[in-house]
Design a protein around this ligand. Structure first.
Ligand SMILES: Cc1cc2nc3c(=O)[nH]c(=O)nc-3n(C[C@H](O)[C@H](O)[C@H](O)COP(=O)(O)OP(=O)(O)OC[C@H]3O[C@@H](n4cnc5c(N)ncnc54)[C@H](O)[C@@H]3O)c2cc1C
Length: 501
């Protein structure tokens, strides 16, 4: 079987056959293909782009937006082999066990699987991501090399740790770009054909809408052909997955899997308000791993502040990960507050240092934060997306509660204090950035009325169609998604193996 082929060379109007079609060659699609190496089936991975950025292909991602300002839809992802990992940051952390739980105080929360179900796959995903040995919050490995974390009194916030994806441990700490990194492995895989420049434009259902029959494939050079797969996995990312499902509306008029009007709803990203608090450290140096990523124990790592599982539950706050960003100079009011607090706690503030804190915030699920199709069409005739973005006031107040707790613990330990910087919704929004983590738009739930895919990631009601990627996350946590979505994909790979057993 030829390893890498080009859809522009496929004879027009051909009908290609495959046991498994994987649509999309980002980390989800690539991890799935590699996990199925050795299976005696024919796998066809259809990737829209080539090996490098091409502007006309990238333009297929353009879309519009409404509501709270967000990033340009074609700016927050990349459309070629490797997908968005071609420019990702490599920040890696597993979701917390509580991220999977149904929380009474968070509407629409909870996964139908637990963190335990994902644990065996997380370790394997960590290897593909190349984020070093599994250490994370087992902080002895970091602190032995570089000093103790900031002293915090007993309470609901702790120092947590990220690890970073690193392409074979290169000196620049470049994160793993899945396309480039795994191209040779994919080429060697005997049961796999990776077809580049192949845009799937329609998921063609059988007349009874109970199975997927055919895929329409188009190229920007004007070629058109079909693929008839026995099983299909859509792995086109958190925005393009709902687009493809919704645009395939010839048999199910609302779109594939959209019988309950859920596809494209519950879109989420991690909001990153900048400079949301100022951290003051009274004396002694802040360990270097707070301010920038460092090397220890065979990994590249960085510290953040997180609410504990108990604090989240007791105070009904969402997840967040706060990073120390850069040193700041305090104004006169700030200096006066520090000196008053130092006096009250018997601390010497002569060597105090102040830093800006940024954060990655979990958003609560909102069905109105949503991707829909518009009348605009792209160069292949597919309807473009509109993203309607929202943030609830409670998402902000939840984070303030966590920061207040951090401040209380710093004072308790006599190690420092916190000043909260944004007081109004307008302040928060003015400082808002986004993480480019597209989640939630084909959420997993046992009940088809509440989810697009079932616990096996199979689209409800359609026997041979699956979704891979963070669009299946029903709630989001505050950890970056890629490690977790690759783990979910490896779990799906085990299910796919069962289909061919
Ligand atoms: C700037 C930036 C920084 C980030 N930093 C981090 C980070 O530090 N940590 C982290 O965990 N995550 C990070 N992410 C997110 C991370 O990149 C994504 O979670 C991950 O790439 C999603 O993987 P995926 O395979 O589901 O989708 P994608 O990576 O989006 O891949 C989808 C693939 O499908 C292809 N495709 C799309 N439509 C079609 C179609 N119709 N037919 C055929 N192929 C198609 C695309 O070309 C692409 O290759 C970042 C993202 C960005 C943009």
């Amino acid at each position: 079987m030829p390893a890498f082929t080009d859809a522009r060379q496929v004879p027009k109007a051909s009908v290609l056959e495959a046991d498994l079609a994987i649509i999309g060659g980002g980390p989800a699609g690539i991890s799935l293909a590699m996990a199925l190496a050795g299976l005696p089936i024919r796998i066809l991975l259809l990737e829209s782009g080539g090996m490098e950025f091409e502007a006309p292909t990238q333009a297929l991602y353009e879309g519009s937006q409404s509501g709270v300002p967000y990033l340009a839809l074609d700016g927050s992802r990349l459309r070629y082999l490797g997908g968005a990992t071609n420019h990702w940051g490599g920040w890696t952390r597993p979701l917390d066990p509580s991220d999977f739980e149904q929380r009474d105080w968070v509407a629409h929360s909870g996964w139908p699987i637990t963190r335990k179900d994902l644990d065996p796959y997380l370790r394997r995903a960590q290897k593909l991501i190349e984020a070093g040995p599994w250490i994370f919050d087992n902080k002895r490995a970091w602190t032995r090399a570089m000093g103790a974390p900031l002293a915090l009194g007993d309470g609901g916030v702790y120092t947590s740790f990220f690890q970073f994806s690193q392409w074979k441990g290169n000196a620049q700490h470049l994160p793993t770009h899945f396309g480039e990194r795994y191209a040779d492995d994919l080429k060697k895989q005997a049961n796999l054909e990776v077809m580049l420049h192949a845009n799937v434009t329609r998921l063609g259902l059988a007349r009874d809408a109970a199975s997927l029959d055919v895929l329409d494939v188009a190229t920007l050079s004007g070629n058109h052909f079909k693929v008839k797969p026995r099983y299909t996995v859509v792995a086109t990312g958190g925005m393009e997955t709902p687009r493809l499902l919704l645009a395939s509306n010839d048999v199910m008029t609302a779109g594939v899997g959209n019988q309950n009007d859920l596809v494209g709803r519950y879109f989420a990203d991690h909001a990153i308000p900048r400079d949301c608090a100022t951290l003051v450290v009274f004396e002694g140096a802040l360990a270097p791993y707070y301010v920038a990523a460092r090397d220890a124990a065979g990994a590249h790592f960085r510290a953040t502040f997180s609410p504990t599982e108990a604090f989240k539950a007791e105070h009904q706050v969402l997840g967040s990960l706060s990073t120390v960003e850069y040193p700041v100079k305090l104004d006169a009011l700030g200096l006066a507050a520090v000196s008053a607090m130092a006096k009250a706690t018997n601390m010497d503030s002569a060597d105090m240092k102040a830093f800006s804190l940024g954060t990655g915030l979990e958003l609560s699920p909102d069905p109105d934060r949503r991707l829909t199709l518009t009348q605009e069409r792209d160069a292949l005739g597919m309807p473009r997306l509109n993203l309607h973005m929202t943030i609830a006031d409670s998402d902000f107040t939840s984070y303030r509660e966590t920061m207040r707790e951090l401040g209380r613990q710093l004072i308790l330990a006599k190690s420092g204090m916190i000043r909260l910087n944004h007081r109004s919704r307008a302040d928060w929004l003015a400082a808002m950035d986004w993480a480019n983590h597209h989640m939630g738009t084909a959420r997993m739930h046992e009940d088809p009325k509440q989810g697009v895919v079932d616990t096996d990631s199979r689209v409800h009601g359609i026997g041979n169609l699956y979704v891979a990627g963070s669009s299946v996350f029903p709630t989001y946590g505050s950890s970056n998604p890629t490690l977790n979505l690759v783990a979910m994909t490896l779990r799906l790979a085990d299910h796919v193996k069962g289909l061919f057993a």
